[in-house]
Design a protein. Structure first.
Length: 244
């Protein structure tokens, strides 16, 4: 299937920003200039620019020339459950290197979060996630046995674990996310190729079924120079009335 023009345009402009050809603070080419360069109508150009705005790479618009804001595409909060999907959305190649998978008793705090007895073993996984072959995120994940045992005899580096589990009927329905900053420890630094003590964005996630049963606990640590996060809020009419 042929790539839509606006997707191809966004990928080209994203690549220019990432490579430094369009540096932070530089004005973007105007819509007219982009139309002439790519032989396009304004519709696909505007869609491409809107995509880059959503990723936090550019700002401005509505009659003003767009400006490059960042060279690191942000991860929309709603895509947190799929690293692979986010990578594809920003035109990067996702990858992974499994460091460990084991069946063991989790730490007491993790066992409590998953509603497991202290002596109940769980499936624990450590994977290094990559963007275009570059270390981007380190995930330490614990699955309850009923979910995790499906991962013991599969190639974990072949693609998205979430997609695999959902295809097998896992009810991964909702998640609670906690975001904070943390300094890289020795293992983080070695695997993510950053200095020990470097700042990392940490996301702790508790995923549950549609009936509220905890299924997964994960501690994911992102390199701050590779990933940022955006959260977009819309103030509802009801909220406006209450605040008045």
């Amino acid at each position: 299937m042929e790539t839509p023009l606006h997707t191809a345009l966004a990928a080209e402009l994203r690549g220019r920003i990432r490579s430094g050809r369009l540096a932070v603070g530089d004005p973007m080419p105007s819509e007219s200039e982009l139309c002439r360069e790519f032989g396009s109508s304004r519709g696909p150009v505007r869609q491409a620019l809107a995509t880059l705005r959503d990723e936090g790479l550019i700002g401005g618009g509505q009659g003003r020339r767009a400006v490059v804001l960042d060279s690191v595409a942000s991860q929309p909060f709603e895509t947190f459950l799929s690293f692979s999907r986010w990578a594809q959305l920003i035109g990067r190649a996702p990858g992974q290197r499994t460091q460990e998978i084991a069946v063991r008793r989790p730490d007491p705090a993790v066992a409590a979060a998953l509603h497991l007895d202290a002596d109940t073993p769980a499936v624990q996984l450590v994977r290094l996630r990559l963007l275009d072959g570059v270390p981007a995120m380190l995930e330490r994940t614990t699955f309850v046995p009923s979910i995790g045992r499906a991962l013991l005899d599969v190639d974990l580096d072949a693609g998205s674990i979430y997609a695999y589990l959902i295809e097998r009927g896992a009810d991964l329905h909702a998640a609670r996310h906690t975001l904070d900053a943390i300094a890289a420890d020795t293992e983080d630094a070695r695997l993510l190729d950053v200095p020990e003590g470097a700042p990392l964005l940490r996301e702790r996630r508790l995923t549950a079924s549609s009936t509220g049963v905890p299924l997964e606990w994960s501690d994911d640590r992102y390199r701050s120079d590779v990933a940022t996060v955006t959260i977009t809020n819309t103030r509802s009419r009801a909220a406006m009335v209450r605040s008045g």
